[in-house]
Design a protein. Structure first.
Length: 109
């Protein structure tokens, strides 16, 4: 199953906005909002966010590598960049073939 880029962005943005409501963050949250410096995510918050995304799409994604990479480069990550990462992994050939196999298996049952 492939996901459109805008659908992924909408989901990730909605999820981050929900987290921000839990923290009583009052400023507007948009696609270019930076997760750590602007929104104040801590490493545990990032793990919660990434876990929620994986559970929603039911696909394992290498978030640990992404977070380690941005940590080494000492840079931040925007919501758009995070959603692009998710979109890329959702639409990779290995995920698409896994989804197709699961679909075929479900149809046989």
């Amino acid at each position: 199953m492939t996901q459109a880029r805008q659908q992924v962005l909408d989901y990730v943005l909605h999820t981050v906005q929900g987290l921000c409501e839990d923290w009583d963050y009052e400023d507007p949250v948009g696609p270019e909002s930076l997760l750590f410096t602007q929104l104040g995510l801590e490493s545990l918050d990032a793990v919660v966010l990434c876990t929620a995304i994986q559970e929603h799409y039911q696909v394992h994604m290498p978030f640990a590598e992404l977070l380690a990479d941005i940590g080494q480069k000492q840079r931040d990550l925007s919501i758009t960049e995070l959603s692009d990462f998710v979109h890329q992994h959702l639409n990779s050939p290995s995920v698409t073939s896994q989804s197709d196999s699961q679909f075929q298996e479900t149809r046989r049952v």
